[in-house]
Structures are given as structure tokens and as C-alpha cells.
Design a protein around this ligand. Structure first.
Ligand SMILES: Cc1ncc(COP(=O)(O)O)c(C=O)c1O
Length: 425
């Protein structure tokens, strides 16, 4: 690369990723094929519109790429329609809100400190300025069970037009049938933001909200799904006449969503990313991906048990998915930002995180969040989870002991370097 500075930074980042253990549950390592598609000549192409209906010429290949991505996404998630153009998870959610709602309308989402994402109405976001968010939460922090009765009462009182199931830091499965029953009672559209668990749904190890009557599913493509950074919106039902005005009905959701993504929120789709999404969807449809997902769950269970054995207090006392939220303040007497820094120092990357109804502020919250998708891609198995928990425990207990931290950093670097990146040829 002629630009030596960026060339050096790319090499350094690759080394960092190779020599450390990536435990941030929203990250993963993509295959060489996904990387190649991302770095392909499709980045040169403008393709405003949708396959067969573009505003620019020269679409002979892009149309095929986008149609393949759409068809593969539909097959993976049993959807009738897929819009694969959203640049990221936040604009995908924004597109759904704008497709279905008018300013001032109500959305019911998960309490943020209980696991909901920023795009589910964090004060200060554009959607929170335009729409009225009301919240459901967990009944019991020890089990993580959602308070469905309180949720139902609030839905009857506030009449949300969208009920949103989805999370960034909730380690348990949701009861989609309970969501569906409440939505039916108040005539709300059911939306699932599956950003974190889409790979596990595609890999058929967690249940698919569409099997429980959900109308819309949004997801990022770069977490458990192991694709490029990006997102998509899936719906039941087909696009009606794309050229005619359509009413806001559930049947018209695919059309309303397509129009809100383009031209509503975005211009030209990123065709190199869409090509990489298509490759990732192909990979997720292979039998090995199912095995990968089973291993993610097995690793998360082993890691959570190994942590609890060492005195780590876990929110909900375990996990049903790929993610673990730990109250480090209760376990060690210091906040999550300190734990994040100490563990980063030894090559274990994870993130500080709020715990339910956290008494501490978000920039130094009580907890940390970690997960197993990335280390499972590297090839780590359940027996390695015990080892990771032991390193975490030793580091946090010796957080001011530089020689111990140096020793752990070296051990982890040697260990991690033995597991190739999937992009190695
Ligand atoms: C549940 C959920 N929705 C949406 C997003 C936003 O995705 P992005 O960061 O790609 O905008 C995230 C990202 O962490 C998420 O966890």
C-alpha cells in the first residue's frame, strides 16, 4: 500500500486481533471470502433503487448480487421480503419506525438498562425526539424473566403502534408468544430487533420470531451472523405495486419499508457490502454454520459456569444465548470501566456495561458484557472457557500487580496466536 501510515495501522490492527481474545459479543471475524467481497470493485458502483428498478445504468452484475443477497436472506430467516440495503443497524431500526409511525406515536421497547439498545429510545437519539417510547423490563434480576403482566397493562394503557422485542445486553430468550398475545390485544405491529442473535436464529439454535407471528425483523449482519458491517430488514408479505401510493397496512409493510430505506433515508446502496452480505448468507446456510452456533452456545454456558464458580456475579445467573453480563462491582468492588481496562491490558477484549437499574453512570457502570461468537470462530472449545475465566479472575484480583498482569498478557498472547484467523489463507 502506498499510504504507509494506513498500511501500518491495518497491519497493527490485524496483529492486535490475532494476539488477543475477542470477547465483545457484538464482534466477530469474517471469512476471507467476505473480506474479498467487501474489498471488491463493487465499491465503485452507484445503484440507487432496487434490482430491476435503478436510477443508473451498468447494473448487469449489481442486480444479480443484490437479488442473491435478498433471496438468501429470505431463505435463511423464512421471510417473504428482505431489504438488504441499510448501512447499519441503527438506520435499519429508524427506517422501520418511519415506515410505520407518525411523529408522536408510541413504541414499546425493552428498558435500556435491562438490555434494550440505544435505538430503542435512548433520550437524545433522533427517534426518541420524534416518537414516544414506553418500556417493559425484567421482573427478577436473578432469572431475567420479563414482567409480561406489567408489559400487558402498560400496552393497554399506552397503545403502542410497535412492540419491539430485541436487546443488546440480555442473556435470556424472550417468550415471543407472550409478545404476540399482547400485540394482538392492542393491535400493535410486532418488530424483532435480532441484531445480536440473528446468526443463532439462522443457525437454527434459537427460535425465529417469524414462527411466532412477528411482522418485522431487523438485524445487523456483522455480529453472530458473521458478515460485513451492515444491516437488513425482513418482513412477511410481498411488495405490492412499487410505483403506486400505498396505505399504511400490515400487508404493505414491505413496500413502506423499501420506500423508507430508499429514497427516505439513504441514497445509493453499498454494493460491495451487499456482495459481502450475500457471501455471509451463503456461509450461514451451510451445515458447518449450525455446528458453529451450537458451539457458541456451549462455550457461553461453559464460560458463564466457570465465571460463577470463581465468584463472578452474573446478571440472571447464566445465559441462554451467546452473551454474559457480569456485575463486577458486586463481585470485586470496582466498576466495569476498570475491569475493561485491566482485561484489555492482558489481551482479553470486552466492554463495560450497565446492569439492570444500575446505580452507577453509563461511562463507569457496574458491569461488563462478554460473549463467545468471536472466540468460537477462532476455534476455541468449552475446555478453553475454563482457562479464560481463570485468567479473568487472576487479572481482576491482581489488578494493581504489574508483574502478574505482564505474565498473563504474555500467556494469552502465546495462546491466542495458536488459533488462526478465518481470513488467513
Ligand atoms: C439490538 C441492536 N440493535 C441495533 C444495533 C445498532 O447497530 P449498528 O451499530 O450497526 O448501527 C445494535 C448494535 O449494537 C444492537 O445491538
Amino acid at each position: 500500500m502506498k499510504d504507509k501510515v494506513i498500511g501500518r495501522l491495518i497491519k497493527q490492527e490485524e496483529k492486535r486481533q490475532r494476539q488477543g481474545l475477542e470477547l465483545i459479543p457484538s464482534e466477530n471475524y469474517v471469512s476471507r471470502d467476505v473480506l474479498d467481497a467487501m474489498g471488491s470493485v463493487f465499491t465503485n458502483k452507484y445503484s440507487e433503487g432496487f434490482p430491476g428498478r435503478r436510477y443508473y445504468g451498468g447494473q448487469v452484475n449489481t442486480d444479480q448480487v443484490e437479488q442473491l443477497a435478498i433471496d438468501r436472506a429470505k431463505a435463511l430467516f423464512a421471510a417473504d421480503h428482505a431489504n438488504v440495503q441499510p448501512h447499519s443497524g441503527a438506520p435499519a431500526n429508524e427506517a422501520v419506525y418511519h415506515a410505520w409511525l407518525e411523529p408522536g406515536d408510541t413504541i414499546m421497547g425493552m428498558e435500556l438498562s435491562h438490555g434494550g439498545h440505544l435505538t430503542h429510545g435512548r433520550p437524545g437519539t433522533i427517534s426518541a425526539k420524534l416518537f414516544n417510547f414506553v418500556r417493559y423490563g425484567i421482573k427478577d434480576v436473578e432469572t431475567g424473566e420479563i414482567d409480561y403482566e406489567a408489559m400487558r397493562e402498560m400496552a393497554i394503557k399506552t397503545k403502542p403502534k410497535i412492540i419491539l422485542a430485541g436487546f443488546s445486553s440480555y442473556p435470556r430468550e424472550l417468550d415471543y408468544d407472550r409478545f404476540a398475545a399482547i400485540a394482538k390485544e392492542v393491535d400493535a405491529v410486532l418488530m424483532a430487533d435480532m441484531a445480536h442473535i440473528a446468526g443463532l436464529i439462522a443457525g437454527k439454535v434459537l427460535s425465529n420470531p417469524f414462527d411466532h407471528g412477528f411482522h418485522i425483523m431487523t438485524t445487523t449482519t456483522h455480529k453472530t451472523l458473521r458478515g460485513p458491517r451492515g444491516a437488513m430488514i425482513l418482513t412477511k408479505g410481498k411488495v405490492s405495486n412499487p410505483l403506486k401510493e400505498v396505505e399504511k397496512t400490515v400487508e404493505n409493510l414491505p413496500t413502506l419499508i423499501d420506500r423508507t430505506v430508499f429514497p427516505g433515508l439513504q441514497g445509493g446502496p453499498h454494493m460491495h457490502t451487499i456482495a459481502a452480505k450475500a457471501v455471509a448468507f451463503y456461509e450461514a446456510a451451510q451445515p458447518e454454520f449450525h455446528q458453529y452456533c451450537l458451539q457458541i452456545l456451549a462455550n457461553a454456558k461453559s464460560l458463564s459456569e466457570a465465571l460463577m464458580k470463581r465468584g463472578f456475579k452474573l446478571v440472571t445467573n447464566g445465559t441462554d444465548n451467546h452473551m454474559i453480563v457480569c456485575d463486577v462491582n458486586a463481585s470485586f468492588g470496582f466498576d466495569g470501566s476498570i475491569a475493561e481496562r485491566v482485561l484489555d491490558r492482558i489481551g482479553l477484549t470486552l466492554n463495560k456495561n450497565v446492569i439492570p437499574d444500575d446505580p452507577l453512570p453509563p461511562y463507569r457502570p457496574s458491569g461488563i458484557r462478554l460473549g463467545t461468537p468471536a472466540v468460537t470462530t477462532r476455534g476455541l472449545k468449552t475446555e478453553h472457557m475454563e482457562q479464560i475465566a481463570e485468567w479473568m479472575s487472576q487479572a481482576l484480583k491482581s489488578r494493581n500487580d504489574e508483574p502478574t498482569l505482564d505474565r498473563l498478557a504474555k500467556v494469552i498472547k502465546d495462546f491466542a496466536s495458536g488459533f488462526p484467523l478465518p481470513s488467513d489463507r
